[in-house]
Write a protein that binds this ligand. Sequence first.
Ligand code: URA
Length: 212
Amino acid sequence: MVRQRPTASLFVPAGGSLDDLREAASGCTACPLYADATQTVFGEGAAGARVLLVGEQPGDKEDLAGAPFVGPAGRLLDEALAAAGVDRSEAYVTNAVKHFKWTRKGNGKVRLHQKPNAAEVTACRPWLEAELEAVAPEIVVCLGATAAASLLGNEVRVTRDRGRWLSSDLAPRALATIHPSAVLRSVDEAARVEAFDGLVADLSLIPPALAG
Ligand code: URA
């Protein structure tokens, strides 16, 4: 018999409001990541937000603050959204995985981000599904490969499929684009500008879709 790994579905209150979900998620132990994280970082925004943005997982700053995209990647995201004409304060912002996965290098103080594995993403997916149900957005935006795989399936390739509307049963429209951290990791200024402009171009699909 194949042993099923636990998922967050054990913790998700059926039909819960965003406040109910946030409260329940604060005690989630469905995967081992809770043990080394400061807290669950649940999504932020209102039910009824027309755009729902999904990143990978909280980083160091988000883990400490308890809010998504408040560190360097968040500032870059804010810049890109503003350049694309999307108001972050009207969007719902969340992550595929709700706990910070990290490792320490040597005896140093810095907590280094580690990519969540497929089991951790799967374990956390019920929270994302519940957020989608509660928010019911018109547009879902997957920022990077982890979010795209969790929401749109493993066959989606961000480099190939970004910047156009993708079919999804999650929302009337789905979009995949790069993660803001990819811009921050650019090797030089020219690459940074190119990556940033590409992110803005992808996000620029949103305002006309909301208007149309
Ligand atoms: N990276 C993410 O994917 N999400 C955050 O909230 C912060 C950094």
